[in-house]
Unconditional design. Sequence first.
Length: 101
Amino acid sequence: MPLTKQDVAGIAEYARIALSDAELDEMTDYMNDAIELLDPLLEYDLDGVEPTFHPIGELVNVTRDDVVTAGLSLDEALANASNVRDRAFRVPAILSGGDES
């Protein structure tokens, strides 16, 4: 069943794409040509074939268990900081005039 101009206009509106009348005619022809390219798929016997919702099927991502290790103490973390105030890193402000805060 070919797409109508109204179908394509609805798709364009949903995608927030403004199309002139000439572009709408051209896009309708283009999309219908693209759909016709899928016609050979209808020739396959797919009875009993389960739909595939993911291209790699049953595979899952292999990850390791979380490893908990001791982190740096506050003093160790601040040891190489060039500027510290109130036991925190002091960095230049990015939202004001560039003064350090």
